[in-house]
Design a protein around this ligand. Structure first.
Ligand SMILES: [Zn+2]
Length: 111
């Protein structure tokens, strides 16, 4: 049984390793971006997209770890309600309760 912090630290490590790999690929294979056929360009685009996703995920994980240290982890940043442990189990970096996340996804901001 891992604590949220251990889980997040582990995930952070994995994401950083993967990001490092993506960055290395981007660096070592610049021909991807030079239009050497559709496959090359496609792979390049994929790597750039992957880098963006990983960077965002890393930011989210770091933010979650900060919230753990501050003691605000597991609380909805919108309404202050406790985020159910089942939700954190699925989305350890969740900053909103399911209700607020749903409203935000629907484009309705609650203040
Ligand atoms: Zn909420």
């Amino acid at each position: 049984m891992f604590t949220a912090k251990e889980r997040l630290n582990q995930e952070l490590l994995e994401k950083e390793q993967e990001l490092q790999k993506v960055l290395t690929d981007l660096e070592e294979k610049p021909e991807f971006g030079l239009g050497t056929g559709s496959t090359g360009a496609f792979t390049w685009e994929m790597l750039l997209a992957r880098r963006e996703v990983l960077e965002q995920q890393i930011e989210e994980i770091k933010a979650a770890l900060t919230r753990i240290d501050e003691g605000t982890y597991g609380r909805c940043v919108v309404c202050g309600a406790e985020i159910p442990p089942e939700r954190l189990e699925i989305v350890p970096t969740a900053t909103e309760c399911a209700e607020c996340a749903r409203k935000e996804a629907a484009g309705v901001r609650v203040f």
